[in-house]
Design a protein around this ligand. Structure first.
Ligand code: B12
Ligand code: SF4
Length: 470
């Protein structure tokens, strides 16, 4: 049996998060990274003897015709897609288009399937949905399809039978990333991946844990942390460097430094093995200290992405991010001292936000000596505490209606807020301009440039991040 994973193009950024002008400029080419979940599953299937191929139509900017051409060459029996809530409608459009010329059964998986499995299967273009983890469900599904077995026996599956949608028993999440093969990067055009902030190519991304132990009320990430050991992570780093010639790795876990003891073990191993690669991480300001940051910088860490979110302590507390503004200031200061670039993520338009708290967020953003920032309009995602409370109070479920095809992203409303959408847009545009056009900031960046290539990169990166010039 042949299967082909397809990552569909042009769906990297959700319009709800930005103003139209920022979205227009920001969307393309800012972050071109592989869809790791599917690359992992491809490795697993190959390990189990399946003939699995991969088309990353996003990085290759493939048209529908080009995708069809590839499929006609590969001739897969099943087409496999990934879906994230924001991109569902885009993904469904692609699936329908592809199936008009290459009509094979479709299996879909990804975070969205866990939230609205039955609703997604109301779309006839999807045949099977893997709900939650794919590690056990996908091979079992393929096996059952091959042998004509009863699909109701496969846990974590949604499918249609005799006109009705069947959701089978929930599959417990017991598989760890240590139980499965490393992602099948050999199926990818590794040299093409890039982000506007990468320092050396080829780049890749890596995940060292599933889930996050914190419980921020706006977040939909699984709270059960399934972490890999430092040894296991370093083994994948070595494979990336030695087998794929990777020069830079973006660790995509939400809180890479959550376990400081493990971080020091990871750094010990990087030192012992003399591994030389650039890397960047995402984490919380309360999960770093001066010593750790110093060691990270010494061992190749070039950038740290902090979820700062708000500059108002009351708002931070309300969203269950119990960290003081001083903790934020210290984390950025220590990173700067260590020589690690800092990237801050901020949100405006949280339910607890007022004009005053938004002003505090924008002032903090300018006060901190950050190298880069991203400012989003807060968008409630399903499966988060904030969204569940909103749903209960308002008796509406926007994302369900969106999944059913009864609403589009343009219908998304922030009607819980005492700040209008136009005002939010104005704050957002102002925030980007104030941050990136500061003379002190521009001067600092220009002074740090060491080559023309770096200048070109910075210029295109700045244009991409700024977006809203007009
Ligand atoms: C890496 C990453 C990215 C990468 C790659 C995205 C991708 N499609 O793989 C990039 C930077 C492109 C990205 C972008 C975005 N992301 Co993102 N991203 C992540 C992150 C940090 C890790 C994903 C990952 O690799 N996990 C590890 C693998 C093993 O898990 P997995 O992907 O869930 O896959 C498992 C199952 O879902 C399932 N599965 C997945 N795909 C498939 C496909 C098939 C056929 C089958 C059978 C099964 C299956 O099996 C896998 C193994 O169990 C997650 C957070 C997280 N920790 O999961 C957010 C996350 C997935 N992203 C999210 C969002 C919102 C976005 C953006 C919309 C953000 C934005 N502002 O634009 C865009 C959308 C882009 C897109 N087209 O997908 C949300 C999705 C929420 C939701 N309800 O769907 C998450 C959960 C973060 C969060 N908590 O909010 N993202
Ligand atoms: S926002 Fe970040 S720290 Fe908070 S629960 Fe989600 S992943 Fe964890």
């Amino acid at each position: 049996m042949k299967v082909c994973f397809i990552f569909t193009p042009e769906q990297m950024v959700n319009k709800c998060f930005y103003t139209a002008s920022i979205w227009k400029n920001y969307s393309k080419n800012a972050i071109l990274v592989p869809p790791l979940g599917m690359v992992y599953l491809a490795a697993l299937l190959i390990d189990k003897g399946y003939d699995a191929s991969f088309i990353d139509a996003n990085i290759e900017n493939l048209s529908k015709e080009q995708i069809i051409e590839r499929l006609n060459e590969i001739k897969p029996d099943y087409l496999l897609f990934n879906t994230i809530t924001d991109n569902l409608q885009d993904t469904l459009t692609w699936i329908k288009e592809i199936r008009t010329d290459y009509n094979k059964p479709v299996i879909i998986g990804g975070p969205h399937m866990e939230i609205y499995p039955k609703e997604t299967l109301t779309h006839e273009c999807v045949d099977y949905g893997v709900v939650g983890d794919g590690w056990e469900t996908l091979p079992e599904l393929l096996d059952s399809l091959e042998k004509g077995r009863d699909l109701t026996e496969v846990k974590g599956l949604v499918f249609r039978q005799n006109g009705s949608v069947i959701l089978t028993e929930t599959r417990p999440k017991t598989v760890s990333l240590e139980d499965v093969p490393f992602p099948a990067r050999d199926l990818l055009p590794n040299e093409k991946y890039d982000t506007i902030l990468s320092k050396a190519r080829p780049i890749t991304i890596m995940i060292t844990a599933l889930g996050c132990p914190f419980k921020c009320t706006y977040c939909c990430t699984d709270t059960n942390l399934r972490a890999r050991s430092a040894e296991h992570i370093v083994a994948e780093v070595e494979e990336c460097i030695n087998k794929y010639g990777i020069s830079e790795i973006e660790f995509y876990d939400e809180t890479f430094t959550v376990n400081k003891k493990k971080m020091h073990r990871f750094l010990d191993l990087v030192e012992e093995k003399g591994l030389r690669f650039y890397w960047s991480v995402r984490t919380r300001v309360d999960c770093v200290d001066r010593e750790l940051l110093g060691r990270m910088a010494k061992n190749g860490c070039i950038r740290i992405n902090f979820g700062i979110e708000s500059g108002d302590e009351k708002v931070l507390k309300a969203i269950n991010r119990n960290m003081s503004i001083d903790t934020i200031r210290n984390a950025v200061k220590w990173s700067n001292e260590a020589g690690v670039l800092t990237f801050g993520f901020f949100m405006i338009g949280l339910p607890q936000d007022t004009k005053e708290s938004i002003e505090r967020t924008l002032s903090l953003m300018l006060e901190l000596d950050l190298d880069f920032m991203q400012l989003n309009k807060f968008t409630m995602l399903p499966n988060s505490e904030i969204y569940e409370n909103y749903q209960k109070e308002n008796k509406t479920d926007f994302w369900r209606e969106y999944t059913l095809g009864n609403a589009s992203l343009d219908d998304f409303k922030r009607d819980y807020l005492n700040v209008t959408e136009e005002e939010l847009d104005a704050y957002l545009e102002r925030g980007y301009k104030q941050f990136y056009y500061r003379p002190k900031y521009i001067w600092k960046k220009l002074l740090a440039i060491k080559s023309f290539t770096e200048f070109k990169r910075l210029a295109s990166g700045a244009l991409s991040l700024l977006g809203s010039r007009g």
